[in-house]
Design a protein around this ligand. Structure first.
Ligand code: RTP
Ligand code: MG
Length: 148
């Protein structure tokens, strides 16, 4: 089953949005298979956002993501990578639709509440950066028979 890496960023944690965000993905029908509240070390932040190394906002991005605790999660489900991106909304909250997480809660691109892997390759890479294999669980829920 497909897995993705999602993370409530420091602004989402500070604004008490962990519960709402977890609830949205649970209610959609996805299954949580790993989670932890953590403070991201500088080196991990630089690796995680490595694709943006040359961008002018890289320094700010790393400073922001290391500025306070984040809630890191792995979610599982059919098409979870692309569907989670739709549920998050566009990167810039100016363009994210109402009903999406960023559309409902964010105003500026630098504080856009949630991160989500953008492809199967980045999902695998990011899950590996943030979680050890033994921190993920595999379990069956009867409710999945009503979703799939
Ligand atoms: P994320 O990686 O955080 O899930 O966001 P994303 O895929 O939607 O967007 P991405 O292009 O990967 O950008 C990563 C994060 O960088 C910040 N950003 N700032 N100042 C700017 O112009 C700018 N552009 C992007 C955003 O916080 C974005 O989420
Ligand atoms: Mg991204």
């Amino acid at each position: 089953m497909e897995k993705t890496f999602l993370m409530v960023k420091p602004d989402g944690v500070q604004r008490n949005l962990i519960g709402d965000i977890v609830s949205r993905f649970e209610q959609k029908g996805f299954q949580l298979v790993g989670a932890k509240l953590m403070q991201i070390p500088q080196e991990l932040a630089e690796q995680h956002y490595g694709e943006h190394k040359e961008r002018p906002f890289f320094g700010e991005l790393v400073d922001f993501i290391t500025s306070g605790p984040v809630f890191a999660m792995v979610w599982e489900g059919e098409n979870v990578i692309s569907t989670a991106r739709l549920m998050m909304g566009a990167t810039n909250p100016k363009e994210s639709a109402p009903g999406t997480i960023r559309g409902d809660y964010a105003v500026t691109v630098g504080k856009n509440i949630i991160h989500g892997s953008d492809s199967p390759e980045s999902a695998e890479r990011e899950i590996g950066l943030f979680f050890k294999a033994e921190e993920l669980v595999s379990y069956e829920k009867q409710i999945n028979n009503w979703v799939n």
